[in-house]
Write a protein that binds this ligand. Structure first.
Ligand SMILES: Cc1ncc(COP(=O)(O)O)c(C=O)c1O
Length: 411
């Protein structure tokens, strides 16, 4: 490490050009399917201190005593293991994943915190879940029966979280079957229900009446559980939006994902909770050229220079998650100001119109994030693409190395 600030023993990598770092730095810097950045100057910088700070801020804000950080889907594109460690450093008590494989990867990395698997895997996964000490979510009678009989076969009491469907109609015990399911779990000698939870259908609209309706149903379920003598210690319901805006839904644990990474489910929702986006996606101008008015750019010649102008070629394309739908639509930051992507986005490259800017090859091009006073956000991408910021950050391709900045322990 050549550039760690004094007193920052845990700082692994600082901002700057990852290609300029030493071999040893690179070895700890990044994960991608091709390993750390060595030749192509395109990378996603992930600020682990931002993740740690976001979790600490969410925990301080929450009415719940505990926080379960959702790190599924490679921590929403940020890199699951470093992000999980950073979240734990910020005070996360639990981690949540969608897949058994994700939980296994966290254990293989030495993470010992409790891990909830949010959806039922096929029942042959039960031995792997037990082996990796992953807490299963249960909701179907088939998976419940398989869990009970596996626990019996290995003479272990299996702790599970029961998921109720309060209105999203994706997964969970349907309303009409709550009583049966609660009795079944209560009366089983091999399965112990240590958690009861549900999920909101409206991730970004905490003021929508359906949020209160789902919460009412969940409260009824808790009442029913109590009347049946069931009192699991971990009751949880709140996603990021509810963590930020609906303290009455917090119970024992809040369960945010998006906000952990510093993004808001809807603009302004964080209010005065100090969230910081953790991801900055960068590249560098590979080629700078002057085009004459009337010259067209890229496949299909879908953009024609309206005047003499400087166009730079950026080494990232739709194979990296710079989706082709950004053609003639997206913007980047280069030389401190926003500039339009022009012409068809290619598999490995796209072009930017810089007007009369004095650009040179090697200039930093920011796809998502800030450069000086100018910024392009995941929310901007979501607007251009007609999607949500969740999908934008999950869409940063596996070919783009993640470079970790800050105090977390990256691998
Ligand atoms: C079951 C469950 N809980 C919590 C979350 C976190 O939601 P958010 O990212 O909106 O905080 C998700 C995300 O998809 C989820 O599926």
């Amino acid at each position: 490490m050549t550039d760690a600030p004094p007193g920052s023993a845990t700082t692994r990598i600082l901002s700057g050009d990852p290609l300029a770092r030493t071999e040893r730095d690179r070895a700890v810097a990044s994960t991608s399917e091709l390993g750390p950045p060595r030749h192509r100057p395109t990378w996603a910088e992930v600020d682990l201190d931002a993740i740690t700070g976001n979790v600490a801020a969410l925990k301080a804000h929450a009415a719940a005593p505990g926080l379960m950080a959702v790190v599924k889907a490679d921590a929403y594109g940020h890199g699951m293991i470093p992000a999980a460690r950073a979240a734990l450093a910020g005070g996360a008590d639990w981690l949540a994943v969608a897949l058994v494989e994700e939980g296994e990867a966290l254990r293989a990395a030495g993470i010992t915190a409790p891990i909830l698997v949010l959806t039922e895997p096929p029942s042959p996964a039960l031995p792997a879940m037990v082996e990796s000490r992953l807490t299963p979510t249960v909701y179907s009678s088939e998976f419940f029966a398989a869990a009970s009989s596996y626990a019996r076969a290995i003479s272990t009491t299996l702790e599970v979280h029961l998921k109720l469907d309060t209105g999203m109609r994706r997964v969970g015990v349907p309303d009409g079957e709550w009583d049966t399911a609660l009795r079944r779990v209560r009366d089983d000698s091999w399965v112990r229900m240590t958690g009861l939870w549900s999920h909101f259908a409206l991730a970004d609209e905490p003021d929508h009446p359906f949020v209160a309706e789902q919460h009412d149903r969940f409260a009824q379920a808790l009442e029913l559980a109590r009347s049946l003598g069931v009192a699991p210690p971990q009751v949880h319901l709140a996603n990021s939006a509810a963590t930020l805006r609906a303290p009455e839904t917090h119970y024992d644990l809040v369960r945010p994902g998006l906000a952990v990474y510093g993004l808001e489910p809807a603009p302004g929702m964080a209010g005065d909770v100090p969230l910081r986006p953790a991801l900055r996606w960068c590249s560098r101008a590979a080629l700078v050229k002057r085009l004459a008015a009337g010259e067209a750019v890229s496949y299909g010649l879908r953009w024609t220079a309206p005047r003499d102008t400087t166009v730079v070629t950026v080494p990232a394309g739709y194979a990296d998650g710079v989706t082709r739908a950004l053609t003639n639509t997206g913007e980047v930051v280069c030389r401190g100001r926003r500039a339009p992507m022009v012409g068809t986005v290619c598999m490995d490259q796209f072009m930017v119109d810089l007007g009369d800017e004095d650009a040179v090859a090697g200039d930093e091009v920011v796809l998502i994030g800030r450069q000086g006073q100018a910024e392009v956000t995941a929310d901007d991408w979501a607007e251009w693409l007609g999607t949500i910021n969740y999908e934008v950050v999950c869409g940063v391709g596996r070919r783009v190395p993640r470079v970790y900045v800050g105090g977390g322990r990256a691998t």
